[in-house]
Write a protein that binds this ligand. Structure first.
Ligand SMILES: [Zn+2]
Length: 191
């Protein structure tokens, strides 16, 4: 388990260093059988220690010291509905979250695996940390790997922490590219 927790710490640092989260935002978890290891509440994802990572069971009972992320129920809801998901990365990465606050949808570009729908799925705003958000996110994700939380952020899921993190990077790059495209299309040619 120590090695697994070390991986959560590494991925948390990487997510922070890549600018996908800032301050104390974002949360990351991984499932190990019936136990989920998750980043703590009210702490930056940067420079977490082994003791900071909180273990919970599938009913959100805390098995270690510390307090899990306020979004722990959202993570558990997804794990319960999706046996294939082993890791979840939730960010407020700026470009993708900009889309989440706008009326523009994010197009699904090559690289998301099988193209199931033209746009990334999204769900309407629910209060962060609420049971409503947990339920809505679990239902809204369906069998997709990315979900946009309107007026909030992004969830990426995968069978490993590394893949979930890479997906979060890819979503942000996709949003950045689409933002630049929107801007260029809105500018008249100068000559
Ligand atoms: Zn959030």
């Amino acid at each position: 388990m120590r090695k697994n927790i070390a991986e959560i710490i590494d991925i948390s640092n990487e997510v922070y260093e890549k600018g996908l989260v800032s301050g104390k935002a974002g949360n990351i978890s991984a499932r190990f059988g019936d136990v989920v290891a998750i980043t703590p509440t009210l702490k930056s994802l940067y420079n977490l220690s082994q003791e900071d990572i909180v273990l919970v069971d599938m009913d959100a009972n805390v098995l270690t010291k510390g307090k899990p992320s306020s979004e722990v129920n959202m993570h558990l809801e997804i794990y319960k509905r999706r046996p294939d998901v082993q890791a979840i990365v939730h960010t407020h990465s700026p470009y993708a979250t900009g889309f989440a606050f706008s009326n523009k949808k994010l197009k699904r570009l090559e690289g998301f695996g099988a193209i199931k729908s033209q746009y990334l799925l999204d769900i309407e705003y629910e209060k962060p940390g609420s049971d409503e958000l947990a339920k809505s996110a679990g239902e809204g994700l369906g069998d997709e790997d990315v979900l946009i939380l309107k007026n909030h952020g992004v969830i990426c899921v995968s069978d490993s922490l590394k893949e979930a993190m890479l997906l979060a990077v890819f979503v942000e790059e996709t949003a950045k590219t689409q933002f630049i495209t929107h801007m260029l299309n809105s500018v008249e040619d100068g000559d």
